[in-house]
Design a protein around this ligand. Structure first.
Ligand SMILES: NC(=O)c1ccc[n+]([C@@H]2O[C@H](COP(=O)([O-])OP(=O)(O)OC[C@H]3O[C@@H](n4cnc5c(N)ncnc54)[C@H](O)[C@@H]3O)[C@@H](O)[C@H]2O)c1
Length: 323
């Protein structure tokens, strides 16, 4: 097969990250760019290449695969149009907003002949891939997970619930997907939330029980600070604690003394440390091999279901059980 021709819808921060990776991939080429602010597509074209298109339709005529890298609320419509045009789709997180839209997109993606991959990049980050390997060799009992932000001001739309769908969709969904990846399917949860700095719920405490019997606590604040690490997983096993600090480090403390091993990824390039290089490679692998991608539309749907369940648990004050 010739090179996979990549079209990018939304050439802001993350569109350029993926575009730059594909511009260096010999199996792919950036062939088309579309942004509602055309100067952004023109600027991106200078570094990552590709024809600057004046509409999404024109972009669809000039690519084999579409990267959906515009803000959250736009994902469903852009992805559905790409599926309808017979394209492979890489859709950034969040998969979509709301259960109905997520179900519609999941069904369309699953009925499509093309690949549909969701951008839960952290699954490929070396720190989290290592955690998964260590957990596969031990029996974990419980965990504490944290995912904070310092603000919802940059980019400006991250504080606009009409665009993001809510803080859990914008940020926390990364580690919601990570919990399923590391600990398996969820059986039930309870959650508390409150509103402080923004016109939406911006502070969350959640307790989850998994089908395996594993359980964990999860804290997420949108206006804490950028104190390192704003993202951390601590897992507790028999006389063992494994702890991650963002995508930089993993500590493994075994036995009854105070010694521990540290694995550091701070010398790894950010695009690889955060898993972007690996997920972009996986998308092309899947297109060329016909094998399912590592993060499917079903995974995307389940991350949306988890977000909605937490909001529902807070609204209703009830425990949410999963089928
Ligand atoms: N996986 C990750 O680590 C990660 C990191 C950053 C962002 N994201 C996700 O990627 C998406 C984009 O985030 P960003 O930080 O790049 O935002 P951004 O604001 O930097 O870029 C978004 C771009 O999309 C354009 N746009 C808006 N509506 C459009 C439309 N209908 N059609 C075409 N272009 C449109 C904007 O003009 C802008 O240039 C968001 O959904 C975000 O949640 C994921």
């Amino acid at each position: 097969m010739d090179k996979v021709r990549i079209g990018i819808v939304g050439t802001g921060y993350i569109g350029n990250v993926h575009g730059s990776i594909y511009s260096r991939d010999e199996r792919a080429e950036v062939s088309a760019l579309f942004d509602i602010i055309s100067e952004r597509a023109e600027r991106a074209a200078k570094t990552i290449g590709g024809k600057v298109c004046s509409s999404q339709e024109e972009l669809l005529e000039n690519c084999d695969a579409v990267l959906v890298t515009a803000p959250n609320r736009t994902h469903k419509e852009i992805a559905l149009a790409a599926i309808a045009a017979g394209k492979h789709v890489f859709c950034e997180k969040p998969f979509s907003i709301g259960i109905e839209d997520a179900a519609e997109l999941r069904d369309a993606a699953n009925a499509s002949k093309g690949v549909f991959q969701v951008g839960h990049n952290r699954r490929y980050a070396p720190v989290y891939a290592t955690l998964k390997k260590l957990l596969s060799e031990d029996s974990a009992h419980s965990a504490h997970v944290k995912m904070n932000r310092g603000e919802l001001k940059n980019p400006v739309w991250t504080g606009d619930v009409n665009v993001t769908g809510g803080f859990l969709y914008e940020t926390t969904i990364h580690l919601f997907d990570m919990m399923r990846f590391q600990f398996g399917e969820i059986e039930e949860l309870v959650a508390y939330g409150s509103q402080h700095e923004y016109p939406e719920l911006d502070e969350f405490s959640i307790i989850l029980k998994f089908k395996s019997g594993f359980h964990c606590t999860f804290a997420s604040s949108s206006d804490a600070s950028w104190h390192f690490p704003f993202e951390r997983i601590e897992v507790f096993c028999h006389h063992r604690t494994i702890m991650t600090e963002e995508m930089e480090r993993l500590f493994d403390s075994r036995g009854m003394d105070a010694n521990f091993e540290t694995l550091s990824f701070h010398m790894t390039e950010k695009e690889e440390k955060w898993g972007y290089v690996q997920e972009d490679k996986a998308f092309i692998d899947s297109i060329l091999s016909g094998e399912p991608p590592p993060v499917t539309a079903d995974d995307g749907f389940k991350s949306v279901e988890l977000v909605e369940s937490v909001y529902e648990a807070i609204r209703s004050g009830k425990r949410i059980r999963f089928a």
